[in-house]
Structures are given as structure tokens and as C-alpha cells.
Design a protein around this ligand. Structure first.
Ligand code: PLP
Length: 427
């Protein structure tokens, strides 16, 4: 017999507990997750399954560069999906070629390899470095303490944080770490086997720590003198987040000699696809042809679908002057957070970052942010969720803001109002 009243769809009916139970039963528990199940988004706002609205200042860890459900991206996706989603990289297709052309216009003369994630973009850099040094027996890549380069086996070997390595030994060989922003330590670490240096322009997972201008210029000099590749991981800090295409351009603004600075290779991901999985490695000439036919590849890298979205994102960022917006709104957020740090030094110790890549470091022993076995940063992020804002913890004591590049002034002000209410309640 047919039901007179049909059963409602389970997810609409139940909300959070049902979704969480699906994860508990069926998803590998490799993430610590917040008690939050998100159902939809629009611009810089997201809604959870019970219909509650949050201001998203984390954007999936610096991914949704144009916020959520951007209508032009939705149109581009639909149009391209009707035309051509994927063909093998055994063939040519125009969107990939055009996106590579656009990235080289922004980064400088060079060539681009497309992949699907930040870890994979870095894998391309490791292989580039190995290829570059192969004939003279050099293979070692020096990276920075507290860096983060991804979760693949080589990625955790490259990452300068022990916590990602534990349990996965033996590690891929050929990586060593030295303190960030310490040129003398880098110079002392170089060996005859060293072939490349890899750093983030701004350490993201390491707590929003920008490279200093002297460090960047010093590394370039060192690499030129020793015949090393200088490789930058721009997965989190790149793609206009700081107000310039690359964070090093912002860091070196007005610094004598800064305009001549160029890395030999840059890894990108996250914001470049705006939420679709995309990674890219830009390789400066003359090294752009080092990875020849058969040397590297991935089935999904640079599909027509994702590249057409990448092209549209770039078009919108340039048309709507979103780099300038990132700088202006970011400067406002930073000023306001610094004011808050001044008013509540017992909660916020300091504020760091550039543009829309900001972090505030919590003071020691903030009452209400410890004692439950969770880190202070996690506890504060949870409190901010309760108050209606999404942010991202970084390590034990830093909370990150990585909003969409099109965040509005009014939304930034709303974010500050909520953060201020939580911080002052703790002070
Ligand atoms: N590099 C940096 C600087 C990152 O922040 C991340 C991710 O957070 C990665 C690499 C890894 O990127 P993915 O998670 O897309 O593999």
C-alpha cells in the first residue's frame, strides 16, 4: 500500500546528527571536524543544515576566492559541462592552453603544469628539482621549519612539522628543514647534494608568518651563486590574496631590487579553482621544458571544465579589481584586529599577515580557552562558530582569516563586530 504522506528526505528532516553519523560510519576519520554540517553558500555566507547562517572568513582554507555559488562561475560550469568536461592530456584543448598563457602573463615567462591539488603542485616542483640536479647527483631540497607542503609522502617529508610525519616513517629522503627567515641557517645547511630551496611566501599552517624582504632577496642571491632552484609554495598565500598576484610582490613592494625578484618555480592551488580541485606549477624559463614527454602527468590535470572556471575566475578578479579589494579590506581587518589586540592584550597577543591572509595570535592562558583538552585556537574558533563566524585555527594559538577576495566592507565590519564581541567576552 502506498504511503499517503510520503517520507521527507532524511537530510532535510534530520540535520546535523544524521550527517555526522554518516561520517562516523563511512568516512575515514583522518580529520578532526567541527560540529558543523554546512548545506549551502552564497557569497561570503554559508548556511548549516538547520538553516543557521555564518559569515565565512575561512573560505575552505583560502579556496573559495569568489565566495560561494558565484553566478558567473555557475554559468561557466554549466556552459563548459555541456561542451566538454574532460579529455585526456594526450590531446590538446583550448581552455588549458589559455589558462597557462594567463598564468605566465602574471608570473612571468615560463610554462605551467596542471594538476589537482597543492600537494600535487609541490610534487611537480620536487620532480623538477630532481630532474634539474640529476646529472650531477644533486637531489636535496631545503625547506623551512613550520612549513606546510601537503600530505603526500613527499609532501610530509618536505613539511617542516614533525606532527605530519609521525607514523609514516620511513620518510622520502632528500628533504631537510632550517628555521624560516634565517638566511645564515639556510646558507649553512646547503650541501654539495642540495639542488633547491622551497619556502612559502607567507607560512600559512605555520601561523601566518610572512617572509622578510631581506630573506627573499638573500635566498635569490644564494640560489644564483650556488646554482640552485628557488621554489615558492604559493598554494595558500598566492593568487591575489595579499593584494598582489603573488605574496612576494606585496612583500617586496618599494624594496630596492624587489621588482627584479623572480622565483624559478611556483606552486599554486586552492583559490585558483575557486572550489574546484586545481593545482598548477609555474616553471620559469629556461626550466619550463625540463619535464619532457613521459616524465610527469596526471589524468585529471587541467581539464577543460576546471580550466574554463580558472579563466573566468581570473577574468572576474581583474575586471572587479579584487586584488585592490583584498588589500583594502585586508588593511581594514588588520587595523581593527590590531585595535582589538591593543584593547584586549590578555586575549590577543599580536596580529600578522598581509591583505586577506591574516592571523591573530592568542595570549597565554586566556580563561575559557583551555582546560578541555583542545588547543586555545580550536576553542576560540568554536566560540566564533557559536557567534556566527567561520575562521580557521593554525597550530595551538593562532586563528586565521582567509576570506573571499570579494569580501565586502560591510561584511568585514560584521566579522569584526562578532570577533570583538567574543574577544571582549573573554577579556
Ligand atoms: N602548501 C601549502 C602552503 C598549503 O597551505 C597547503 C594546504 O593547506 C598545501 C600545500 C597542500 O595543498 P592541498 O591540500 O591542496 O594538497
Amino acid at each position: 500500500m502506498k504511503d499517503i504522506v510520503p517520507q521527507p528526505p532524511p537530510l532535510v528532516h534530520n540535520q546535523f546528527a544524521t550527517v555526522k553519523e554518516l561520517f562516523n560510519q563511512h568516512v575515514v576519520p583522518s580529520y578532526g571536524r567541527f560540529d558543523l554540517a554546512l548545506a549551502r553558500g552564497e557569497g561570503s555566507w554559508v548556511w548549516d543544515v538547520s538553516g543557521r547562517r555564518y559569515l565565512d572568513l575561512g573560505t575552505g582554507i583560502a579556496v573559495c576566492s569568489l565566495g560561494h555559488a558565484h553566478p558567473e562561475i555557475a554559468d561557466t560550469l554549466a556552459r563548459q559541462a555541456r561542451q566538454l568536461v574532460h579529455v585526456s592530456n594526450l590531446y590538446y584543448q583550448e581552455p588549458q592552453g589559455r589558462l597557462a598563457q594567463s598564468l605566465a602573463r602574471l608570473a612571468g615567462p615560463g610554462k605551467v603544469f596542471f594538476c589537482n591539488s597543492g600537494a600535487e603542485a609541490n610534487e611537480c616542483l620536487y620532480k623538477l628539482a630532481r630532474k634539474f640536479g640529476h646529472d650531477d647527483g644533486r637531489f636535496e631540497i631545503i625547506t623551512a621549519t613550520n612549513s606546510f607542503h601537503g600530505r603526500t609522502l613527499a609532501g610530509i617529508a618536505a613539511t617542516g612539522q614533525d606532527k605530519v610525519k609521525h607514523g609514516f616513517e620511513p620518510l622520502v629522503t632528500g628533504f631537510r628543514h632550517v628555521p624560516f627567515n634565517d638566511l645564515a641557517a639556510m646558507e649553512a645547511a646547503l650541501s654539495p647534494a642540495t639542488v633547491a630551496i622551497l619556502i612559502e611566501g607567507i607560512q600559512g599552517e605555520g601561523g601566518i608568518l610572512p617572509a622578510t624582504p631581506d630573506y627573499l632577496l638573500g635566498l635569490r642571491r644564494l640560489c644564483d651563486e650556488r646554482g640552485l632552484l628557488l621554489m615558492l609554495d604559493a598554494v595558500q598565500c598566492g593568487f591575489f590574496r595579499t593584494g598582489r598576484f603573488m605574496s612576494y610582490e606585496r612583500i617586496l613592494e618599494g624594496v630596492p631590487g624587489g621588482e627584479l625578484f623572480k622565483p624559478d618555480a611556483i606552486s599554486m592551488a586552492k583559490a585558483i579553482g575557486g572550489g574546484l580541485p586545481m593545482g598548477a606549477a609555474w616553471i620559469r624559463q629556461p626550466y619550463g621544458d625540463l619535464l619532457g614527454p613521459g616524465s610527469h602527468g596526471t589524468t585529471f590535470g587541467g581539464t577543460a571544465l576546471v580550466c574554463s572556471v580558472g579563466l573566468k575566475i581570473l577574468e572576474i578578479i581583474e575586471r572587479d579589481r579584487l586584488a585592490d579589494n583584498a588589500r583594502q579590506v585586508g588593511d581594514y581587518l588588520k587595523r581593527e584586529l590590531e585595535r582589538l589586540a591593543g584593547e584586549c592584550p590578555q586575549v590577543i597577543r599580536r596580529v600578522r599577515g598581509l591583505g586577506l591572509m591574516l592571523g591573530f595570535e592568542l595570549a597565554d592562558g586566556v580563561p575559557g580557552l583551555s582546560g578541555n583538552g583542545k588547543s586555545p585556537s580550536l576553542n576560540l574558533v568554536n566560540r566564533l562558530h557559536e557567534a556566527g563566524v567561520l575562521t580557521i585555527p593554525s597550530g595551538q594559538s593562532v586563528v586565521r582569516l582567509l576570506p573571499a577576495l570579494n569580501l565586502r566592507d560591510t561584511e568585514a565590519a560584521e566579522g569584526i563586530r562578532i570577533i570583538e564581541s567574543v574577544v571582549t567576552s573573554l577579556a
